[in-house]
Write a protein that binds this ligand. Structure first.
Ligand code: GLC
Length: 529
């Protein structure tokens, strides 16, 4: 099927570079560390790695504040290291996806330094500067996602500048064609170096109300302030025009892709960013990520996203990333041990759409609590400790012993307490481990057309069970996921089972799908003859 692209059939693995593998003992992961682990990723069976930002940055938001889009931060290595990483990845059939942060730069980016230097600066209108309101306060009521007003006063030039996140992350003005063209050049810089795609940070924020109108304030029944409706600081239709231009850049190279972080929870609004096949290739299905643990909820989120997407668009599936509590922790139920994460893995790798794995989920990594005095994430420090994102960014657990094999130095965040038993070295050798299950699922997915490209059809079953069929000409698979607390027979249609996997290790496959019985919190994928 020549109309299929690699990123539709493939599986993408997110690496948070600070936390994956440290090759030089400074306690922070780096590109050379990632390069050393490419054989592991190839063995695991993923198709691409997405690296969270590794560009020069003062690290106010750990790299999502970019000071130079066309270089590598010395903490992570050099451009030569990057080229070596791409070459070695490609030699193993692994694609490389970078993280593009178009909405804002670092306040230390030369563009902003110049913009801030003088009201008459040639780059003044690359950012959003405005006079104070009549009372001297900010120009409008917009709030920063990371707390407080979205405006900071600049004493020297006597105006406010806009920042949707930290004051160290001033927003670019995308209505300025010079900004758009400079940011297209950034993409070309990396695409020319062989980068296979980009994850695009908070892409719905590049379109803003040109009049910068106040957001409506939401009121409760007694008039209490419930926060704002995010009406004007994001999602303006101009974003789609800008994205079509971005898409033109990608389309001028073969086989490149984009996945957008459209951080919205209504499928219809997310779907708009696919355009008519002329904007994003993929947009994250975050409603699915935020679903509670229930067969009904997951089924609804999958189908709502499918229904919202334009006919030719391809969905995706994601449960964890560097901004949210890991799903093994979110869905953790002490009495069930690893069963939920195993069931989640089976779901993630058998639904229709490109799966995104977050480093360490394949060994069942959980959030690692970080004491208040060790907290580093600005969200935890500015908003509330419970919102801090350090726990899901803990060092990858490679082996028993010193720092789980992540670093010879002092790790930038604490290593998990269970790292001596939950790690790659041990799980690789254990046929019953979560790592082995992920690897087997990835292999099954790759070798079964129904699983990586087939249509999705929900099958009737008990309310505790999410059951579906995946099928494409000549290839058919049935999946049943029992999310409830009792053993059940999912009542799948009768069909001869050729092979498959179940999340309970060592339990035999039925010869007929209709005979499948699932224990509590068990799932199975049955590939049919
Ligand atoms: C995105 C990133 C997040 C970052 C924010 C600001 O949501 O995923 O890590 O803090 O954008 O750039």
């Amino acid at each position: 099927m020549s109309d299929r692209a690699w990123w539709q059939d493939g599986v993408i693995y997110q690496i948070y570079p600070r936390s994956f593998m440290d090759s030089d003992g400074d306690g922070v992961g780096d590109l050379e560390g990632i390069r050393q682990r490419l054989d592991y990723l190839a063995w695991l069976g993923v198709d691409a790695v997405w690296l969270s930002p590794c560009f020069p940055s003062p690290m106010a938001d750990f790299g999502y504040d970019v000071a130079d889009y066309c270089d590598i931060d010395p903490l992570f290595g050099t451009l030569a290291d990057f080229d070596a990483l791409v070459a070695d990845a490609h030699a193993r059939n692994l694609r490389v996806i970078l993280d593009w942060v178009p909405n804002h730069t670092s306040n230390e980016h030369t563009w902003f330094v110049e913009s801030r230097s003088d009201r008459a600066s040639a780059k003044r209108d690359w950012y959003v500067w405005r006079d104070a309101a009549a009372d001297g306060g900010p120009p409008n009521n917009w709030q920063s996602t990371f707390g407080g007003p979205a405006w900071t006063w600049d004493e020297a030039t006597g105006q406010y500048y806009l920042h949707s996140f930290l004051a160290e992350q001033p927003d670019l003005d995308w209505s300025n064609p010079e900004v758009r063209s400079a940011m297209h050049d950034v993409l070309r810089f990396w695409l020319d170096r062989g980068v296979d795609g980009f994850r695009i940070d908070v892409v719905h924020k590049i379109g803003k109300d040109p009049e910068l109108r106040d957001n409506p304030v939401l009121r409760g029944p007694d008039g209490e302030n419930l926060g704002q409706e995010h009406l004007h600081e994001e999602g303006h239709p101009s974003a789609h025009e800008y994205l079509r231009e971005v898409r033109d850049v990608f389309d001028s190279y073969p086989e490149r892709m984009t996945v957008g972080e459209v951080f919205l929870l209504e499928p219809e609004r997310i779907a708009r960013y696919y355009g008519r096949g002329d904007e994003l290739h993929l947009a994250f299905n975050f409603p699915f990520l935020f679903a509670p643990w229930s067969a009904r909820a997951f089924g609804e989120k999958v189908e709502a996203f499918e229904d919202a997407l334009p006919p030719e668009a391809w969905p995706d599936v994601v449960l964890s990333n560097h901004d949210v509590s890991r799903h093994a922790s979110r869905y953790d139920d002490a009495a069930l041990g690893d069963q939920r994460e195993r069931l989640a893995a089976l779901m993630l790798l058998t639904l229709r759409g490109t799966p995104f794995l977050y480093y360490g989920e394949e060994i069942g990594m959980r959030d690692v609590p970080v004491a208040a005095e060790q907290m580093l994430d600005p969200v935890g420090l500015n908003l509330h400790p419970s919102l801090g994102r350090d726990p899901e960014r803990s060092p990858m657990q490679w082996a028993p012993g010193l720092n789980a094999g992540f670093t010879q130095g002092k790790p930038w965040l604490p290593v998990a307490a269970d790292a001596d038993t939950r790690n790659v070295a041990i799980e690789r050798e254990d046929p019953a481990s979560t790592l082995t299950l992920y690897r087997e699922l990835l292999a099954l997915r790759r070798s079964t057309p129904a699983l990586h490209r087939g249509a999705y059809r929900r099958l009737p079953s008990h309310t505790d069970i999410l059951a579906y069929e995946r099928s494409v000409e000549g290839s058919r698979a049935l999946v049943a996921l029992n999310m409830g607390e009792e053993a059940r027979r999912p009542a799948l249609p009768s069909a001869r089972v050729a092979r498959g996997l179940r999340t309970r290790h060592g339990v035999e496959m039925p010869t007929d799908a209709a005979h499948l019985e699932l224990a509590a919190c068990e799932g199975a994928v049955l590939v049919l003859d």
